[in-house]
Design a protein around this ligand. Structure first.
Ligand code: PLP
Length: 406
């Protein structure tokens, strides 16, 4: 439902067409985007907005980053889709660079994030049966309350979000959910048939929820002790978002499997991957898993360019430095329309005082001030600007937030 009119007839018309002919599985902000560059988006009427959402971190490198666009355009003129029935020239360089970025031995590229999650579930079950010696069909995976790992039938089977689940059963068994951040609950949930613990190092959709400092190291220890794979879903938290390449680095934790997506596609196309060591990824034999579009030449070219942008560490440094500015200013708003702020680097969950307004109302006010941000749940605004945002742009966006709270 369109719950607020825009003034421009052109945009109103485009929104009506979208709502008439497109399924209503989202509730978009009432703005129609026609262009983007760096941290900026442009609507149909030529108005410019600062993007504080970055397509949920798919656009960490900014819109139409020149190096990424160049890699894509050059590849478009060579070859774009081959399937894995043959080798493509860009595949080897991409998987090597990606595995090296993660400090791992192998990578398995897919397309969307949820496919990486599904791949990791299959891999850890297979590892459980073939390596750990779990009896057939007995494997279980420990997951966290409040998780978001995507939208397939299996993945919503272990979500606690009733809106995401209702009407979609029967669900896939083999998962047990424990409170996020509760180490004792993880310890209790692990039994001899547990093959993996699947965790977002920082829960994005839940409202940028950071677990207690001892949680991830504790989970790592439990996993090592009990022969359980630690799977870090870094699809949203990874690739520079939190000021380090991976959010796990903040707690000195190295997972067995990294799940990557979103920014891995450079903001250009869906590219995801599972990255880990030979002991797990090496179990896959021909025909046991795959995807027609996974690791296509265009994806490999863009994915490699994205990995190369992260190699120098400059974007991670920017994220850490500007993140400090972001969090300092947001913390200053606590008590002035904001009840709590969470996050790391250029990533923040901002809880709006319900006595003031809903998060969505604040997002509308931000839109009026030419800033795009998105609410999650009733009272939280998630801020995740492109990592290429300048300090001036960031300060401008924060001025707009401050004014929207007044
Ligand atoms: C977005 C997201 C996914 C799913 O990615 P899609 O590309 O939408 O399938 C999985 N895990 C996390 C943490 C995410 O943020």
């Amino acid at each position: 439902m369109v719950d607020r009119r825009v003034t421009s007839p052109a945009q109103q018309c485009a929104i009506e067409q979208a709502e008439t002919w497109g399924a209503h599985n989202y509730q978009p902000l009432p703005v129609v985007i026609a262009g983007g560059e760096g941290a900026w988006l442009t609507d149909l009427d030529g108005n410019r907005y600062l993007d504080l959402l970055s397509a949920y971190s798919a656009v960490n490198f900014g819109h139409c980053h020149p190096a990424l666009t160049r890699a894509a355009v050059e590849q478009l003129h060579r070859v774009t889709i081959t399937s894995r029935a043959v080798y493509s020239a860009g595949y080897g360089p991409f998987v090597q660079a990606l595995a090296e970025l993660c400090g791992k031995e192998m990578a398995l590229p897919m397309n969307t994030g949820v496919e990486a999650v599904e791949t990791a579930i299959k891999l850890s079950r297979k590892w459980g049966y073939e390596t750990k010696g779990v009896a057939e069909d007995r494997a279980n995976i420990v997951v966290m309350d409040g998780n978001f790992h995507g939208r397939t039938t299996t993945v919503i089977s272990f979500s606690n979000d009733e809106t995401a689940r209702r009407g979609y059963g029967p669900f896939t068994p083999g998962f047990r959910s424990v409170p996020f951040g509760d180490l004792a609950a993880v310890a209790e949930a692990i039994d001899p048939d547990t093959v993996a613990v699947l965790v977002e190092p920082i829960q994005g959709e839940a409202g940028v929820v950071v677990p207690p400092a001892e949680f991830l190291p504790g989970v790592r220890e439990l996993c090592s002790e009990h022969g359980v794979l630690l799977i870090a879903d870094e699809i949203q938290s990874g690739l520079g978002r939190t000021g380090t390449t991976f959010a796990c680095e903040h707690s000195g934790v190295v997972p067995d499997l990294y799940l990557l997506g979103k920014a891995l596609g450079g903001g250009i196309l869906p590219v995801s991957a599972v990255v880990g060591d030979r002991a797990v990824l090496g179990l896959l034999q021909p025909g046991q898993h795959g995807s027609t579009f996974g690791a296509n030449p265009l994806a490999c070219a863009v994915g490699l360019a994205a990995v190369e942008l992260l190699r120098t560490g400059e974007l991670q440094r920017r994220s850490a430095e500007l993140g400090a500015v972001l969090h300092e200013r947001l913390t200053g708003l606590v008590g002035n329309g904001v009840t709590a702020v969470r996050g790391k680097g250029l990533w923040a969950g901002v809880d709006i005082d319900p006595a003031l307004a809903t998060a969505r109302t604040i997002c509308y006010r931000l839109l009026d001030r030419r800033v795009i941000a998105k609410d999650t749940h009733e009272r939280t605004i998630r801020l995740a600007p492109p990592l290429v945002i300048t300090r001036e742009e960031l300060e401008g966006a924060l001025d707009a937030l401050e004014a929207s709270l007044a």
